[in-house]
Design a protein around this ligand. Structure first.
Ligand code: CP
Length: 363
C-alpha cells in the first residue's frame, strides 16, 4: 500500500508526475470533474487547520468524490482514548483514502502501518508536512519555472517549522540548490536535519542571522511563522516571536524575479504592505495547494497497491522495543501502551533514530 508520510517517500519521477498532473488539472478542470466519483476521502484532523483541511475537502469535491471526517478529534472517540491504530482500522471501513493531521509526531506514520487504504500525512507535530511541500513545489514551478539552480532562503522558525523540514528534504532531489538558513540561535534547523540534508546529501547550507545581508541572492524567500504552540517555555517564545518581520522596505535589494512563499497562517512576520508586491506569492500558493492535492489523491489511488517503502523498510534494519524515544511529543511516548518503539540506524551513521519522529533514543 502506498502512503505519503514524508516527502522522501516520493521518487523524483513520482514527484514530477504529481506536479505535471496538477498542471494539467489547472488547464483542463472539467476533464477531472468525475475522476473520483464514488470515492470517499476521510480528513482526520487532530490539530487545527484552515488551508490543509479545506483544500483537501475542496480537492475531493472538485474530483467528484465525497468527504467524511472530523476537524476536532475531541468530538470523536479519540476523546474516549481510542488509539490512532484503532481509529484507522475503523475509518478503513468507510473511506478509500485518509488525510491525517496530528499534533503528535509520527501519528500518520502509525496510521499508515495499520491502514488498508493510502494515508496522507497532513502535518505531524513539528516533524513533517509533505503536502505543503508539494504545494510549495507547484508554486515554485508556476512562479519561477524550474526546480534546479535555485538559492532558497528559509527565514524564521526553522526549529519547529515542519514545512521547512519537508521542503528542504524535497529540494535535495534537485541540482544546483543552495540553502540559506536565516534564524536566531534559538530557532535554528535541528541538528539531524542539517546532518541529513546539508552534510550527507551535500546541499550547500549557510546559516546567517540577518535577512538583509542575503536578500539580493535569493530566488525564493520562504518565510515562516514562529510556532507558538510548539514551545514548552512561553518566555522563550516571547523572546523570539518577532525575530524577523519582512516589510516592503526590506525588499529593496531583492531580485525582481524573486518569489516570497509562506505556508500561512502568518502572524506578523510579513507586513501587509508586502501583499501587493508581485513577488508576494503566498496567496497564489494557497490555491496551488488545492490543485496539487487533487493530483496527489488521484495518484495515490492509482498507486495504492504499489510497494510500500515503510512496510518494506521496517523488517530489514528496524530495532523493535530496545530503546525509548527521547521526544515527549512522539507517538511512541504519547500512545506508549499501543505503539512499539521502533528505531533505525541514522542515515549519517551516527547512532539510532526513532522511526516515527527521527529523534534520538533517550539516555
Ligand atoms: N499551511 C498550513 O498547513 O495551513 P493550515 O494549518 O491552515 O492547514
Amino acid at each position: 500500500m502506498r502512503h505519503l508520510i514524508d516527502p522522501t517517500d516520493l521518487s523524483s519521477e513520482e514527484l514530477n508526475e504529481i506536479i505535471a498532473l496538477a498542471l494539467d488539472i489547472i488547464d483542463n478542470r472539467p476533464k477531472y470533474a468525475e475522476a473520483c466519483k464514488g470515492k470517499k476521502l476521510a480528513t482526520l484532523f487532530y490539530e487545527p487547520s484552515t488551508r490543509t483541511r479545506l483544500s483537501f475537502t475542496s480537492a475531493m469535491m472538485e474530483l467528484g468524490g465525497n468527504v467524511i471526517g472530523f476537524s476536532d478529534a475531541m468530538n470523536s472517540s479519540v476523546s474516549k482514548g481510542e488509539t490512532v491504530a484503532d481509529t484507522t482500522r475503523v475509518i478503513n471501513c468507510f473511506a478509500d483514502i485518509i488525510a491525517m493531521r496530528h499534533f503528535v509526531e509520527g501519528g500518520p506514520f502509525v496510521s499508515a502501518l495499520h491502514s488498508d487504504t493510502p494515508v496522507i500525512n497532513a502535518g505531524d507535530g513539528s516533524h513533517a508536512h509533505p503536502t505543503q511541500t508539494l504545494t510549495d513545489l507547484l508554486t515554485i514551478k508556476r512562479e519561477i519555472g524550474r526546480f534546479d539552480n535555485l538559492t532558497v532562503g528559509f527565514c524564521g522558525d526553522l526549529k519547529f517549522g515542519r514545512t521547512v523540514h519537508s521542503l528542504i528534504k524535497a529540494l535535495s532531489k534537485f541540482k544546483g540548490i543552495n540553502v540559506i538558513l536565516i534564524a536566531p540561535d534559538e530557532l535554528r534547523l535541528p541538528g539531524y536535519m542539517k546532518q541529513e540534508v546539508c552534510d550527507r546529501l551535500g546541499i550547500p547550507c549557510r546559516e546567517v542571522e540577518s535577512l538583509e545581508e542575503v536578500m539580493g541572492e535569493l530566488d525564493v524567500l520562504y518565510m515562516t511563522r514562529v510556532q507558538k504552540e510548539r514551545f514548552l517555555d512561553e518566555e522563550e517564545y516571547e523572546r523570539v516571536k518577532d525575530c524577523f518581520v519582512l516589510t516592503a522596505d526590506k525588499l529593496r535589494d531583492a531580485k525582481p524575479t524573486m518569489r516570497i512563499l509562506h505556508p500561512l497562517p502568518r502572524v506578523n512576520e510579513i507586513a501587509t504592505d508586502v501583499d501587493s508586491d508581485p513577488r508576494a506569492a503566498y496567496f497564489r500558493q494557497v490555491e496551488n495547494g488545492k490543485f496539487v492535492r487533487m493530483a496527489l489523491i488521484l495518484k495515490l489511488l492509482e498507486w495504492a497497491h504499489r510497494e510500500d517503502k515503510h512496510r518494506e523498510m521496517l523488517p530489514n534494519d528496524t530495532v523493535i522495543g530496545e530503546h525509548r524515544c527521547s521526544n515527549p511529543k512522539c507517538i511512541s511516548n504519547v500512545e506508549a501502551h499501543a505503539v512499539e518503539p521502533l528505531f533505525r540506524p541514522s542515515a549519517d551513521g551516527n547512532g539510532m533514530r526513532c522511526v516515527y519522529c527521527e529523534s534520538r533514543p533517550s539516555k
